[in-house]
Structure formats: C-alpha cells, structure tokens
Design a protein around this ligand. Sequence first.
Ligand code: HEC
Length: 128
Amino acid sequence: MTGRSIFALMLALAASSLATPPASAADGDPAAGKALFERTCENCHAVVIGVNKVGPSLWNVLDRKPAAVPDFAYSEAMKANKQPWTVAALDAYLADPRGDVHGVKMFFKGLPNPADRANVIAYLERLK
Ligand code: HEC
C-alpha cells in the first residue's frame, strides 16, 4: 500500500465521521479487487441483481442501505444496522465482519490487509 492510499483511507474514515459525502475508493485497484473477490467472496456473494447465495447479491452495494436485498434472510443485527455502506463502513465491516455491530451471520474472518480492502471496495464500487 502506498502512503497516498493510507492517506485516502484516513480521509475516508474522517469524512464519514463528519457525515460528509463518502470519499471514493478510487485509490484501490479494481482489477486486483476483482481477483480477490473471486477468490474470497464469490462462494457466498453473486454480483448480479437478484442472485442470492449464502450471502446477498452485492450488485450496487456502495452507499446502499444494509439489509436491502429483497428475499434475503438477513440477521437481526444487519437489519438493525442503519449506516449506509459507504467506503468507510465497508472498510470497517470487511476488516472484522464478525467483530462489530453487524452481527455474526457472515461466516468470514475478514480482510486484515487495508490494501486488500481498498481493492475489493474499488471493485464493488464499479458494480452498477
Ligand atoms: C461464508 C460466506 C461469506 C463470505 C466468504 C463473505 N460473505 Fe459477505 N455476507 C455473507 C452473509 C451470510 C451476509 C449477511 C450477513 C447478515 O445478515 O448479518 C453477508 C453480508 C455482506 C454485506 C452486507 C450486504 C447487505 O446487503 O447489507 C457485504 C457488503 C458483504 N457481505 C461483503 C463481503 C465481501 C466483500 C466479501 C469478501 C471479501 C464477503 N462478504 C465474504 C456471507 C459471506
């Protein structure tokens, strides 16, 4: 990870805590994010509209309300989560999916490397 992307991540976190519009994940590498997604997320998540697997479709997830996919049986914790999926919210969730307020239904240990998270978020941002 470059110093610049660390700075961007800090900006994204700062921006979300000030409730200003979310920063973009443009500093992540969407191609690397796609490869990582196919290795680590695709078993549970489709990226096309209306296809739910073990997890909900992640099409157009950026800035979407949590638990918004119809016909997916979300956990109570996810349904109670009102914070939209901004870059910063996704970053926090993917760092530790089972450790924060979102609940434990996503049986995935998370992505400890900030560069991996920036890349996969950059990929998700392009799913529209
Ligand atoms: C073992 C299966 C599994 C894996 C692997 C997995 N997820 Fe999930 N994911 C889930 C489940 C199940 C939920 C629903 C969680 C809930 O309802 O609490 C979920 C929820 C989510 C949500 C919230 C969606 C919404 O509609 O609110 C996002 C974003 C997400 N996952 C991203 C990812 C990403 C990115 C990866 C890979 C880095 C990943 N997940 C890997 C199963 C998985």
